[in-house]
Design a protein around this ligand. Sequence first.
Ligand SMILES: [Zn+2]
Length: 517
Amino acid sequence: MTSEGIYLSTTIPYVNARAHLGHALELVQADVLARYHRQAGDQVRSQTGTDDNSLKNVLAAEAEGIPVAALVDRNASAFEALAQPLSLSFDDFIRTGSDPRHRPGVERLWRACAASGDLYRKRYEGLYCVGCEQFYRPAELPGGRCPEHGTRPEPVAEENWFFRLSRYAGQLHDLISSGRLRIEPAARRNEVLGFIAGGLEDFSASRSTARARGWGIPVPGDPGQVIYVWWDALGNYITAPGYGTGGGDYGRWWTGADRRIHLVGKGVLRFHAVYWPAILLSAGEPLPTDILVHDYLTIGGSKISKSGAVPGSQTADPVELVERYGTDAVRWWLLREVPRVGDADFTAARLVARANEDLANGVGNLVSRVVTLVHRYRQGRIPRPGESPATADGRALAAACDRAPERLAEALAAFDFRAATAAVWDVVGEANRYVEHTAPWLLARAERDGDPAAARLLDESLALLVGACSELAIRLAPFLPDLAGRIRAALDDSAGQLLAPEPVFPRLEAAAVGAVA
Ligand SMILES: [Zn+2]
C-alpha cells in the first residue's frame, strides 16, 4: 500500500564545527528511509539543515576571531555539501540563520503559544550548560557536571519567558503510551514516559539578548529577549514546509502527511518527545507521528567531542573516510554494524573488514561470478527463466528472493537497519550457496557431453542467478545506491548481451588501513 505522504526529518546540527561520523549516521539512516519509501511508491519529503542561531556558533566564532555569520556560512555549506560524498537524497535543506522561510514561522509559532496563554515572564536562577543550551536541576548533574558535555554548568540569573510545559503532562503521557506518538525503540519510549511521570516543569523559552550576544530571533514585542532554541531550532521542522510563509507545502507535507517522522539522537530525545510536541499542542498544530531514536558512535574507543575531534589517529571526518574508502563502504558500515540500541565503536579496520567481507567477497564476488558464467556458457546472453525452478536448491533461492521484501519492510518499520541489511544479505548467502551446490561448470561439461537435461538446468541456474542479482540491486538501492547502480549496469542486457565482467566492488587494500594509522 502506498502512502499519501511521508514527511521525514533529521535533527539540524549546530555548526560550530565540521560534520563528524555521528552526523553522517543520522543523515544516512534518514536517506535509507527516504529512498526506501520512494521506491515503494510513497510520496516522500525528506529534509535536513543546520541550526545557525545556536549560541555555540557564537562562541566558536569568538574563539576563531571571525564574524558569526562567516563561521555559520562556512560550516553550514560544508554540512550541505555532505550530500555528494554520502550520496544523500534529501529534498530540502534549511539554514535557520539565512533561510527566508524560517524567521516568520518561528515568530508565528511563538505567537500561537502566547495566544494559548502558555508563555509568561519569570525571574529565574539556575545552572545553565552552554553546550546543551539548557538549564539543569542539580539532581540531573552527576558530580555537578553536564551528562552530555562533562562540563560544569554555570549559575545564571535572569528574567525571561517561560513555557507552561506542566499543562501538557497528561496529554503527552496519553499520546505516547497509546502509540499515537510512536517512539522507537521501546526502551526510549519508556525513558520518555518515565521522565513525564517524574513531573514536568515549565521551561525557559527565551534568553536575554545580551547573553545571546545579539544572535538569534528576537521575541515578538520584547526585543530585550531572544527566542530560545526550542522554538527556533525545532521550529525548522515546520518552517521549512512553509508554516509562517504560506504556500501549499505546509498543508501538503505537515498537516496533510500520513506520517511525520523525526530521526533524532538519544541526547535530544527529551526535547523532541516532550518539549516539541507540547509546543505544537499549544500552537494547535499536528504532532509528529514517529520519533526514531539512534544511539551514539564512539571512534576508536573515544567519544566524539563536540568539536568533532577524536583523540588518537582515527579520523571522524566522513568526507575523508569517503575519500579513502568510498561512499558504499562508509554507508555500509553505518547501516550494517551500528546496533538499534547501544553505542557502536568505529575503527577504519572494522570498516575495511566489513566492506571486504560483504561487498567485495559477498555481493561483488557473486555478481562477477554470475556475469562471467553467463559470458562463458551463453555468450553473455541471459537465458529465459522457466516457469518455476526444477530443483530444491533453485526453489530455496527463489524463496529467499521472495522473502526479502517483507523482512526488509518489517525491519525498517522497527527502525532496525542491522536487521534490514541482514534480510538483504540472506539473498547473497543463498545465491552463493546455490552456485556451489549447482556447480554450473559441471552442468556445462555435461552439456558439452550431449546431456540435454544438463543444458536445461544450466539455463535455469543462470537465469535464477541473474534474477537473484537483479533482486539484490533493487533491495540494496536504498542502502547503497551507488553499488546498486553498478550491479544494475552489470546486469543490463539491453544491447542483447551483458558487458564484459568488471568488479562492482574491488577489495579495499590493507594499505588503505595503514594510511590512517
Ligand atoms: Zn551540556
